[in-house]
Design a protein. Structure first.
Length: 234
């Protein structure tokens, strides 16, 4: 909790100092007239862990799109898709999020806002075993695999999270901004370990594992840094 208070106090000081600068008091309001925006939101590894937290850092990474209903309210959608595969271990990761942004103050260059988001993360990991058979040596110390990969392990992870953050947006121009957010996230995660499909190969007395499901919840601190590019209303 002391980490949360420290970061919250830092945000407040940055915001107060920014709106008190006389150089921006008479300047153009760079955030007016926005229509749509695209950006990227991420959590730098250098900022983790800020405090005790079991929250998956992957929940804070996404490509984002925004639609500004008005100068103070925006709809946000985000997502991230990745995959990796080698000879025996393919895996995939998908993240989708949606939420609202509400500005609490609107100054020429620095704005304070609240954001609420729902995040869904799905990941799949498979591992293929190498079933060796006696009497098929490639070399004196090696054996060859059968001509088929037999899936020995599959894990599916599903996470549903809700986060509420407070943020400061710095407008460098009417199109380009950087954002810093601090808040809290609650997540429910389910991990399902699946048995391999079908039966093991003939002559291989390998027992099939049973399905196993593990559920967990987490609540912790989250930090985001984002860069956004906006198009103005015509």
């Amino acid at each position: 909790m002391k980490y949360a208070l420290a970061v919250g106090s830092l945000l407040a000081l940055i915001f107060i100092s920014s709106i008190s600068e006389p150089s921006w008091a008479q300047g153009e309001n760079l955030s007016l007239g926005r229509f749509v925006g695209i950006g990227v939101r991420f959590l730098p590894n250098a900022l983790m862990p800020v405090g005790p937290s079991d929250v998956d850092p992957a929940l804070g990474t996404a490509l984002t799109g925004q639609y500004w209903v008005s100068d103070l309210l925006a709809l946000e959608m985000g997502g991230w898709l990745s995959g990796f595969s080698d000879t025996f271990n393919p895996r995939s990761f998908t993240s989708l999020s949606g939420g609202l942004l509400l500005k609490l103050s609107d100054t020429p260059q620095d704005d304070l806002y609240l954001a609420g988001r729902a995040i869904s993360v799905q990941s799949v990991y498979r591992s293929y075993c190498c079933i060796y058979r006696e009497g098929e040596p490639v070399s004196p110390n090696e054996r060859i695999m059968p001509p088929y990969p037999w899936p020995s392990y599959e894990s599916r992870t599903s996470t549903l999270a809700f986060e509420v953050t407070a943020g400061i947006e710095r407008s460098w121009s009417s199109q380009l901004t950087t954002n810093f957010e601090f808040g809290f996230v609650y997540a429910q995660t389910t991990i399902t370990n699946l048995p391999p499909p079908g039966e093991p190969p003939p002559g291989e007395p390998v027992p099939l594992p049973k399905p196993e499901t593990i559920a967990a919840t987490s609540f912790g601190i989250t930090l985001h840094i984002s860069v956004n590019f906006y198009l103005p209303r015509k």
